[in-house]
Design a protein around this ligand. Structure first.
Ligand code: GLU
Length: 305
């Protein structure tokens, strides 16, 4: 396995120097684009890594998986999917257009920003702090790091510049898809996006999803199997922004990317995969990460299709 990851690393590293970090969240623009890591966690809970697998970065959109798992836990399938659909859009992650043109006014799916904000509103609590605590506590279990926390600088940076997400939330409130205080929903959402993780931890999350929700370390059921099925299918159809179709064809692994540079993959009954490199392509996916996923999919015959 270690040799296979080394080969994937070598193949992925041909793309080092291409792409650029996200800069619409100013703090993310500071990332070192030479960092590259690949981790695989198998279903016995062993993690194999090559490269900068201890470097911390923010989950960004990968947290949409954690938000969805948390919301499903509290509100159930019916509660969550009353507010959000399950259809891929083919639009960029922060697109606003379908909130106006779709007759239901609901966001299309939980893997785009509008959908994740709607999902966040299903997480209960008296204060945004209490609501985020639910997310954080669950994230600590799902990523197997009891010390996990959010990055205060990235949170501040995103909070200061997140007007597009505010616009999405106010649109949804105007059409009664969500209710409650928008700034409070966004506090929870932005903090979740700012969860600070490393490549090994996201590969562990992938392994939990690959293992039908059971922790590969300790055997505890962390996500109920039906919710795993929902999450994995949405990752397959909507996880890579408007590259999801091509990713299904080229890689064929349920996965979720984030503009922090991470990609998390869950190969059912096989393994979890994490990749990290903050240089992104124009759609917001890590370029080296995509290459690493392509290599591993072919070399280990991981495509579901
Ligand atoms: N925090 C980012 C945003 O809401 C997440 C985007 C992403 O990773 O796709 O804009």
């Amino acid at each position: 396995m270690q040799n296979m990851i080394k080969e994937a690393y070598r193949y992925a590293s041909y793309s080092l120097g291409e792409g650029a970090p996200a800069d619409y969240i100013p703090e993310l623009a500071k990332a070192d684009t030479k960092r590259l890591a690949i981790s695989i966690t198998d279903l016995a809970g062993r993690t194999h890594s090559v490269g900068d697998s201890q470097v911390r970065f923010t989950m960004q959109s990968i947290s949409k998986v954690v938000l969805l798992a948390t919301a499903l836990r509290f509100a159930g399938f019916g509660g969550v999917f009353a507010r959000v659909g399950v259809e891929p859009t083919g639009d960029p992650f922060n697109s606003i257009i379908r909130l106006e043109t779709d007759s239901s006014n609901r966001p299309s799916n939980p893997m785009i920003n509008a959908g994740a904000i709607a999902v966040t509103t299903c997480i209960p609590g008296e204060t945004p702090g209490e609501r985020f605590e639910h997310v954080l506590e669950y994230a600590r279990a799902l990523l197997d790091n009891p010390e996990l926390d959010y990055d205060k600088e990235v949170y501040r940076s995103e909070s200061e510049t997140g007007d597009r997400n505010r616009a999405l939330a106010y649109m949804m409130r105007a059409s009664k898809v969500i209710d409650g205080a928008v700034p409070e929903h966004l506090e929870v959402y932005f903090k979740a996006c700012s969860l600070s993780v490393n490549c090994e931890e996201i590969s562990f999350l992938g392994a939990v999803l690959a293992n039908n929700g059971i922790s590969p370390r300790g055997g505890k059921m962390l996500i109920e199997p039906f919710h795993v099925k929902v999450i994995r299918s949405l990752m397959s159809t909507c996880g890579l922004y408007d590259y999801s179709g091509e990713f299904a064809l080229r890689v064929g692994i349920p996965a979720k990317s984030g503009v922090g540079g991470g990609i998390m993959g869950a190969v059912p009954s096989r393994m979890g995969i994490g990749t990290y490199c903050p240089a992104l392509d124009p759609k917001g996916n890590s370029l080296c990460g995509l290459r690493a996923m392509e290599y591993l999919s072919q070399a280990l015959n991981l495509s579901l299709f």
